[in-house]
Every structure is written in structure tokens, then in C-alpha cells.
Design a protein. Structure first.
Length: 343
């Protein structure tokens, strides 16, 4: 829910008080109405009085279930802690779309800002300005390269997620056969980290699984479908695939269906969006490595409020990753990681 920023107003009851306020520069307002007073922030920065603190959350793509889940959890935590939380987000993953939202935040000067920047450098000047004005900035999910930005950075441990995918996939493969990674493109920090974790786990602990060279589909499902069919033709013992993101998983599933190999080749994919949960239930996907966007949202509010109140803050937090299979997906301790399409 979008709530107005709180201000702290105190009643004026005596001439002495009026005189004191006049010295503080607020005499005109006091003379207009005896019940009026001055905001503790004086209009020059975030609120520092005893009223509710205001935090804004700017997500990467507001319609993405990952960010919806994050926003829902952040709102729940803010309500619990008595914080006013305003949520906004980009309509698409584009600096040109997110920048006006960030500029709007700069104008309102909230006590805290949680943001998933869609670019590692382009938004840095705006964030420096916001931070310099006194707003406590927390980076959630994604980050910027400038280490001076943000009192805390909270995200998934993508290397750990890659290792989780490898362990789960190896078990489903019976620890034998060939496996391949198909991902978006090289040079993307998150997917590169997932590949690194997956590869290291397979090489270190699953010697009877042969890893084939990584393929990249440029985030095109049709390309991934063609790649998996070509791989099957060259490697009939292919038993497992690690898809680096949702679009790749979609393409791999389509290619396996076309080749008549659905259910015979195990597929591990990242995230747990509603469509992926459906695919897991009907056997199109075999393992989902769920991130914890709810945990990111909750921690974001906690860390921002701690910084606002001058309490200790954790500079870097890596959240839980969970392997979801058809066998465990109905366990409440696992299903709580399913992403939401609405609060």
C-alpha cells in the first residue's frame, strides 16, 4: 500500500513556544495556526523525529513474480515494524525506464531506499545523490559496481545455487552419463556464477558424470531447443541439463519433447515462478533451484531500518537457495519458496 511520508508536528500552546519557533524560522506558520508546528526535518532531508519512517522499494521488473514476492514480504515486514513502505518498479529491465523512478525517489527524500538496479553503473550518480542527501540505500537482488553505494547488499548466492543444482541433478541422473549447461550468454555475473558453482560441484564430487562444453542461447528459447536436439544427436548418453534461466529451461523442455526424450533427460532450472511450478508438477522440468526473494525483501527492510536508527548493519547478505523436485514440492518447508504472482 502506498502511504504518505510521515512528519512530526507538535502543538503550539504558549507565547514562549511561539517565540522559540520564531527563532527557529517557523514563526509565520505558528502565527497562522496555534496548532501548527514545524517538521523535524525542516524539509531539508529524511525525517529524524519519532514518527513512522518511510522506505521506498524500487524493483527491477514490477510484474515479475520474483519481485512481486520480494515486495509482498517487504510490505509484511514493514507493517510489522511500523514502517511506511512505498513500492514501485520498472515495467521492463531498462535503465531508461527505471531512471525516472529513481529521480522521483530523490525528490521525495525517504528515510530509506531498497533498490534492484537494472544496470551496474548507469544509475550510480543518482544513487550517490540520494545517499548523499541522507537516505539509507540498500541494494536488493542486483547491485552496482561502486562499492560506496549502499549500507547493505542482499542477494542470492548464485554460486551456491549452481552447486545446489548440480547435487540435485546428479542424484536424479544416478551419478552417471553426460550433462550439459545451456545458459544465456557469457559475461552475465549471475549466470556466470551459477555455471561456476555447477561445474565445480560436478567436477569435484561426481566423477562419473561427463560435463560437455557450455552452450549459450542468447536468452532465446528456440535456440536452446535446437541446441539440445543437436546435443542429443551427438551424445546419446545425455542424461542431464542445467538451464541457466527460465527462458532457457523453456527451450530445453521444448527440444526434449520434440526429440521424444522428456522424462529420460533430467532438467534442472533456476527460479520457482508459477509457470515453472506447473512444469515441475507435470514432469516437463525435474529440478527447480528456488531463490528466496521473500527473504531478500524482509532483510532489506530490516537492514534499512537498522541504518536509519543508527544500529549495526550487515554489509553483505546471501540468502537461501532450495532445490525443488516433484517429490518434495508439496512439503510446506519447500513450497514456501514458490514465487507469488500477487500478495
Amino acid at each position: 500500500m502506498m502511504l504518505p511520508r510521515a512528519t512530526n508536528r507538535r502543538p503550539v500552546t504558549t507565547a514562549t513556544t511561539l517565540a522559540a519557533r520564531a527563532i527557529g524560522g517557523c514563526a509565520a506558520l505558528a502565527l497562522l495556526a496555534a496548532a501548527a508546528g514545524c517538521s523535524s526535518s525542516g524539509g531539508n532531508g529524511p525525517s529524524s523525529g519519532s514518527g513512522k519512517k518511510t522506505i521506498e522499494l524500487v524493483t527491477g521488473v514490477k510484474s515479475d513474480p520474483f519481485y512481486i514476492t520480494m515486495s509482498c514480504a517487504a510490505q509484511q515486514e514493514a507493517t510489522k515494524l511500523g514502517v511506511n513502505l512505498k513500492v514501485d518498479g520498472s515495467a521492463q529491465w531498462d535503465v531508461a525506464v527505471q531512471r525516472p523512478i529513481v529521480d522521483s525517489v530523490a525528490a521525495t527524500r525517504p528515510d530509506g531506499l531498497l533498490i534492484s538496479p537494472v544496470d551496474t553503473t548507469a544509475l550510480t550518480p543518482s544513487l550517490q545523490q540520494i545517499q548523499g542527501a541522507g537516505t539509507k540505500v540498500v541494494l536488493v537482488d542486483t547491485s552496482v559496481t561502486d562499492p560506496s553505494i549502499g549500507v547493505s547488499r542482499i542477494s542470492s548466492d548464485n554460486e551456491a545455487g549452481g552447486r545446489t543444482a548440480a547435487k540435485a541433478l546428479a542424484q536424479l541422473m544416478g551419478d552417471k552419463g553426460s550433462a550439459i549447461v545451456i545458459s544465456v550468454k557469457p559475461g552475465v555475473s549471475t549466470t556466470d556464477a551459477r555455471i561456476k558453482g555447477f561445474t565445480e560441484e560436478m567436477q569435484a564430487n561426481h566423477p562419473h558424470i561427463t560435463l560437455l562444453p557450455v552452450l549459450y542461447d542468447n536468452d532465446l528459447p528456440a535456440t536452446a531447443a535446437q541446441q539440445i536436439q543437436s546435443t542429443l544427436a551427438a551424445h546419446p548418453d545425455l542424461a542431464g541439463v542445467f538451464a541457466g534461466n527460465t527462458n532457457t529451461a523453456q527451450g530445453v523442455s521444448t527440444g526434449l519433447q520434440a526429440a521424444g526424450k522428456q522424462g529420460k533427460v533430467q532438467v534442472a532450472a533456476f527460479d520457482a515462478e508459477p509457470d515453472e511450478i506447473t512444469a515441475l508438477r507435470n514432469g516437463t522440468l525435474d529440478v527447480l533451484v528456488a531463490q528466496d526473494p521473500g527473504g531478500i525483501g524482509t532483510q532489506g527492510v530490516d537492514q534499512a531500518l537498522a541504518a536509519i536508527q543508527g544500529k549495526p548493519v550487515t554489509a553483505s547478505i546471501g540468502t537461501t537457495m532450495v532445490a525443488i523436485t516433484k517429490a518434495n514440492m508439496d512439503d510446506p518447508s519447500v513450497s514456501k519458496y514458490f514465487y507469488k504472482s500477487a500478495c
